[in-house]
Structures are given as structure tokens and as C-alpha cells.
Ligand binder design. Structure first.
Ligand code: T3D
Length: 257
């Protein structure tokens, strides 16, 4: 079904593996289209309750494949057509997305990691805002997510200086949730993703939706959004299950419904 990505679903988790290892999983138009298509499939499938995006081989992704960029490139149209729909689809997906950053995440590869809801790094992972080294600016949501994740000063430093940071520093500045040694990395990511997939998916989706809203709404708006979200969550089977399990003193078994 796909040429440049691998797509698998296991235990309610969809795995998207960027799969051009000989090119450090650099993005091509086909890869943008295929990731976007996979995210759309995931959106429509109630059985999928978490997504992992990772890379094959030694890299997460080196960003855009520079072999396809030349002086004829209309950079704005290029982003509107290829990257922006993919990033919008990630933000709109009301299921948690985990970037399993197995190696270097550079340029738009880093943007994809930033646009994910969680980043779990291998100790071999690194992050580099490579754009500046070719006279470009961070794109694909990078300028939106980066300051929100690490603060304005650190975002400026990373984006302008373009220095590569290793997994341990990424953890220190709050860019990643956890760093694991290579030997246990895959199992740790799988366990984390399956934990997310066993949670009350509708409530998780509502949290994602309204955390995004909080970025450009005031307290009064948010109080009202919370009331609406809570009514929606309160009507789910998972809320009922959580309450029943609480009083029965047992572990809840959520269905995502
Ligand atoms: O319109 C627009 O263009 C806007 C869109 C922009 C989106 C973007 O993502 S712009 C930023 C694009 N990405 C980069 O500039 C990153 C370039 N790559 C690097 O900085 C480094 O390769 C890495 C930090 C990613 C990894 O370094 P390292 O030392 O581990 O590997 P390497 O030796 O540099 O690379 C290995 C090979 O992959 C090498 O090819 P070779 O010499 O073995 O034949 C290298 O040229 C190739 N490669 C790496 N990144 C890319 C790439 N080839 C094409 N496109 C790449 N992005």
C-alpha cells in the first residue's frame, strides 16, 4: 500500500515507520503524501488508539530530501502542498502521537517530532534545527511548537545557532519525555504506546484538542471549553467504566468508547 513508509497496526497502536534508511529517511513528496494518508486512515479507525512515528535504520529523519530542492523551488507552495497538510493532520488527530526518535531528527524531521504529542528518544537520538545551515527558516510547525516546548530563549538558540543536541540534553530542556538505551528502546516505546492505547481514548483526545485551544484563549474561554469537554467525557463508556472500577476497587478496562 505504501512505498516510503511501513505501516502496521498491533494491539491498537498504529506504527508509521519512515522508510528510506539509505537517505536517512529524508522526506520526498511521496513520503509526505503517504504519512498524511496513513494519519487519515488512523483517524477513521476506532480500533486504533495510539500512533507511533519512527524511522528505520540509524536516523529518525534528515528532513526534506535536498536532492529535490533547487532554485526553481517555490518554498511557500512547496510547504502548503506537502508539509502543512501532514502537520495539520497530526494536530487534528484526537489520538496520542508518539515520536519514537531512534536517531537524528533534522530540519522537517525535527518538526515532525515536535508536532507529535510525546517524544521518546533512544540514547542515539539527536536533534538539529538544520534549516539555518542552508539559509532557511524552521518550518512545518517548528516555529509554533519549539518555543512552546522549550521556551522562547532556548528556541531562539536552537533555531539560530543550529547546533545538534543529544538525547540527554533534549531530556534536560523538556523536549523529550524519556531516553532509553538502544537495547531496550523498542520494548520501552512499545510499552509506552500500548499504555496510551489502553487509556480512555476519547478523554485523551479531548485533552489534546483543548490544550491546543488554550494557546490562544483566555481563562474564561477555557473554563467554558472545560465544561463542554467534561460533559462529552462524562458521557463516554470509559467514564462509566472508570467509576465502576473505582468503587469495585479494581483496575479499569477502557475500550476507547
Ligand atoms: O522548500 C523547502 O525546501 C522547505 C522545506 C524544508 C524542509 C527541511 O527539512 S529543510 C532542512 C533539510 N535537512 C537538512 O538540511 C539536513 C541535512 N543533513 C544533515 O545536516 C546531516 O546529514 C544530518 C545531521 C542529518 C546527519 O549527519 P550525519 O553526519 O549523521 O550523516 P551525513 O554523513 O551528513 O549524511 C549521510 C548521507 O545522507 C550523506 O550522503 P552520502 O555522502 O553518504 O552520499 C548526506 O548527504 C545524506 N543526507 C543527509 N541529509 C540529507 C541527505 N541527503 C538528502 N537530503 C537530506 N536532507
Amino acid at each position: 500500500m505504501f512505498e516510503t513508509i511501513e505501516y502496521q497496526v498491533e494491539n491498537h497502536v498504529a506504527w508509521i515507520t519512515l522508510n528510506r534508511p539509505d537517505k536517512l529517511n529524508a522526506f520526498t513528496e511521496t513520503m509526505n503524501r503517504e504519512v498524511t494518508k496513513a494519519l487519515k486512515l488512523i483517524r477513521k479507525d476506532d480500533d486504533i488508539r495510539c500512533v507511533v512515528i519512527t524511522g528505520s535504520g540509524r536516523a529518525f529523519s534528515a528532513g526534506e530530501d535536498l536532492a529535490g530542492v533547487n532554485e526553481e523551488t517555490d518554498h511557500a507552495e512547496f510547504l502548503r502542498k506537502r508539509y502543512n497538510p501532514m502537520i495539520r493532520e497530526m494536530a487534528a488527530l484526537e489520538k496520542p502521537i508518539v515520536a519514537a526518535v531512534n536517531g537524528v531528527a533534522a530540519g522537517a524531521g525535527m518538526s515532525v517530532a515536535l508536532a507529535s504529542d510525546f517524544r521518546i528518544a533512544s540514547e542515539k537520538a539527536s536533534f538539529v534545527e538544520a534549516f539555518i545551515h542552508i539559509g532557511l527558516v524552521p518550518d512545518s510547525g517548528n516555529l509554533f511548537y519549539l518555543p512552546r516546548l522549550v521556551g522562547h530563549a532556548k528556541a531562539m538558540e536552537l533555531a539560530v545557532l543550529g547546533e545538534k543536541i543529544k538525547a540527554a540534553e533534549a531530556k534536560e530542556i523538556g523536549l523529550v519525555t524519556a531516553v532509553y538505551p538502544e537495547g531496550s528502546y523498542h520494548d520501552e516505546v512499545k510499552q509506552f504506546a500500548e499504555r496510551l492505547a489502553s487509556m480512555p481514548t476519547k478523554a485523551v483526545g479531548l485533552i489534546k484538542r483543548y490544550l491546543y485551544k488554550s494557546w490562544d484563549h483566555d481563562l474564561n474561554d477555557m473554563l467554558e471549553y472545560e465544561a463542554y469537554a467534561q460533559r462529552t467525557a462524562g458521557l463516554t463508556k470509559d467514564h462509566k467504566e472508570g467509576m465502576t472500577a473505582f468503587f469495585a476497587k479494581r483496575t479499569p478496562e477502557y475500550s476507547g468508547k
